[in-house]
Design a protein around this ligand. Structure first.
Ligand code: AVJ
Length: 327
């Protein structure tokens, strides 16, 4: 059994690694075993995700880029309200490659806003900040490193301006349907009357297209998953033998759940921070869900959580949609 001594907080660093250890041990002591995909994004994970976005199979980024490059005016119109200044908060901003098109457009139109990117990776946030300061030096930017809700609450306290929330890239897909409902309900409670949410949904489509996007030929997605085991080795004194785990992807076209697993290739024991975890041959670790949606699924989620849909902006293939939600 896990015993964590409760020490007084030594800054957020210590606290974060405690959470990481706790989540990892709890997840791996569960049945089925589970690890949270939010921990994919250390420096190596950030780099691997950048590579994923370049993969020919990974269509999501290109689809949403199509929207941000070619429907920028439509996006701007959806989020502006008269000339009222606002805070533009992006959940899981990453390198902000897509949103930069919108930022540039807004800035050129003389819009008064502060950009507040939230991300769990401090590494990618500092890359983002450096890039933006070079590309768009006139933009006000406040980066927030941490979990979505903690940082959102912080942003709500920082100013009382109208809020526009960007939740792009299909990041919401990393939640199960139930988790997404809860998340959207809490978001709705936190926001005020005039606030707007722009959420990106990856749409259900040919199952092969989806499956291939998450099981690329070059094996980068496999590496992306396995990197979490390496990260546990590095940061939590683990001894995973990475060679003894294999990536497996599945897509269920009925539920729209695309799921990522790591299979243990033999009976083995792994030590993490002194704790021993037993794996039997062919036992899996549930690593990630990337949920896909139909338009009615989106409608249902919006209404269930108290929002109303004010618009829908899709790419030219209609594979991805940025949905505009009013409180
Ligand atoms: C960053 C959550 C949008 O689920 O499509 C990419 C992460 N995982 N390939 C996704 C991911 C495997 C990605 N999101």
């Amino acid at each position: 059994n896990l015993q964590l001594t409760k020490e007084p907080k030594k800054g957020s660093e210590k606290n974060n690694s405690d959470h990481f250890l706790n989540d990892v041990l709890t997840g791996l002591q569960n049945s089925p075993k589970h690890l949270s995909s939010k921990y994919f994004y250390d420096k190596t994970g950030d780099e691997l995700f950048q590579k994923i976005m370049q993969l020919p199979e990974y269509y999501l980024t290109r689809c949403e880029l199509d929207i941000f490059q070619n429907k920028t005016a439509e996006l701007a119109k959806a989020i502006r309200s008269n000339d009222e200044p606002f805070d533009l908060i992006e959940l899981g901003a990453g390198d902000a490659m897509k949103s930069t098109y919108l930022l540039k457009y807004l800035s050129e139109k003389g819009t008064d806003f502060t950009y507040m990117p939230i991300d769990i990776s401090g590494n990618i946030l500092s890359i983002l900040e450096n890039n933006l300061k070079k590309q768009l030096p006139d933009i006000n930017i406040t980066t927030l490193e941490g979990e979505y809700f903690q940082m959102l609450k912080k942003a709500m306290k920082l100013s009382s301006r109208r809020k526009v929330i960007l939740f792009l890239g299909g990041n919401i897909g990393n939640m199960t349907r139930k988790e997404a409902e809860k998340f959207c309900m809490s978001l709705h409670q936190l926001l005020n009357r005039e606030d707007i949410v722009l959420i990106g949904f990856d749409l259900k489509k040919n199952p092969f297209t989806i499956l291939n996007a998450y099981s690329d030929k070059s094996g980068i997605t496999a590496e992306f998953n396995l990197n979490l085991l390496s990260r546990i080795n590095r940061e939590l004194d683990g001894n995973f033998d990475i060679e003894q785990f294999e990536h497996y992807e599945s897509y269920d076209p009925i539920t729209g759940a695309c799921r990522s697993f790591l299979i243990s290739l033999k009976n083995q024991q792994v030590k993490i921070a002194g704790e021993i975890i037993d794996f039997s041959e062919n036992e899996v670790i549930d690593m990630e869900v990337s949920q896909k949606f139909s338009k009615p699924d989106i409608q249902y989620l919006a209404e269930k959580s108290g929002f109303s849909i004010a618009g829908e902006i899709s790419d030219s293939k209609d594979w991805f949609v940025d949905s505009v939600w009013k409180v």
